[in-house]
Design a binder for this molecule. Structure first.
Ligand code: MG
Length: 274
């Protein structure tokens, strides 16, 4: 029989161990960094990414768990005797560039699912490692920020809304025409540089929407925040309004619109839809 695991305390322990492991490395960021090659997600691996990933693996092993780890750094790796029992999708550090440059906005993102598929995610954690703020969600049980239930904003006016848009792409000329009408109507456009955390900002009402239609964002970065957004009661769909789903694989990419409530979601969708 399959073991029933209470995943939230396990994920919280992962986050605590990541903070412990990266603390000494945070003090050496101004020193030359070793070349560790390219990660499974396509970005150069930093020592701090690896330390965070190792902290996750070590913690899950300490709990005696079997799991398949789907990670931005080392790709897909099986651990324990029944690795197909649990799929753990992680972006050990989301926002590594922010971290390396001293911008205090980076997170760890961990999602657990029964299959390597976004809609099978049942438990999630995204932790702002700088401010020590932890977002969690369990399927059917709502979403929390440091243990307190969260709800998205009721802002219905695009003119007043704070809207995150990720425009980091070499193919900007392709993406811009679809975003022009939205940006013209919005006074407060933001991009903070750690997409998992920016999605959680929509979940708890800090911002009103977050849009990433570049086709560049990895499913590994989105898996945990997807459940947090859904459980908080906000909307997240593809840019043409379809339910979001994806294979959980470091090479899989996503596009989405996340918005706090139906009114603002529809307003954004109508401006973005081709
Ligand atoms: Mg990362």
């Amino acid at each position: 029989m399959k073991k029933q695991i209470d995943w939230l305390p396990v994920l919280s322990q992962c986050k605590e161990n990541i903070q412990k492991e990266i603390a000494p490395l945070l003090k050496t960021l101004n020193q030359p960094q070793p070349n560790l090659g390219i990660g499974a997600g396509g970005d150069p691996i930093k020592q701090i990414d690896l330390a965070a990933e190792n902290a996750i693996i070590k913690t899950l092993k300490e709990y005696g768990l079997s799991f398949t780890l789907i990670s931005e750094e080392s790709g897909i790796k099986e651990h324990g005797s029944n690795p197909e029992e649990n799929y753990v999708t992680a972006d050990p550090i989301d926002g590594t560039t922010n971290l390396m440059r001293g911008i205090p906005f980076y997170a760890t993102s961990i999602a657990v699912s029964t299959k390597p598929e976004l809609r099978a995610v049942h438990t999630a954690l995204v932790a702002d490692l700088f401010h020590d703020v932890t977002y969690t969600a369990k399927k059917g049980r709502g979403a929390q920020r440091n243990g307190q239930k969260i709800t998205p904003s009721k802002q219905a006016l695009l003119e007043e809304a704070v809207v995150g848009v990720d425009l980091n792409t070499y193919k900007l000329r392709k993406v811009v025409p679809q975003l022009t009408r939205l940006i013209e109507k919005t006074k407060h456009i933001r991009h903070l540089g750690a997409n998992a955390l920016e999605l959680c900002y929509v979940a708890d009402g800090t911002t009103d929407a977050f849009i990433d239609i570049r086709g560049k964002l990895r499913a590994t970065d989105t898996a945990a925040a997807w459940l947090i957004i859904k459980e908080a009661g906000a909307n997240i769909t593809t840019p043409d309004g379809k339910p979001l789903n994806a294979k959980l694989d470091p090479k899989e990419k996503l596009k989405f619109i996340a918005a706090a409530n139906q009114k603002i979601y529809r307003a954004i969708l109508s401006l973005i839809k081709a």
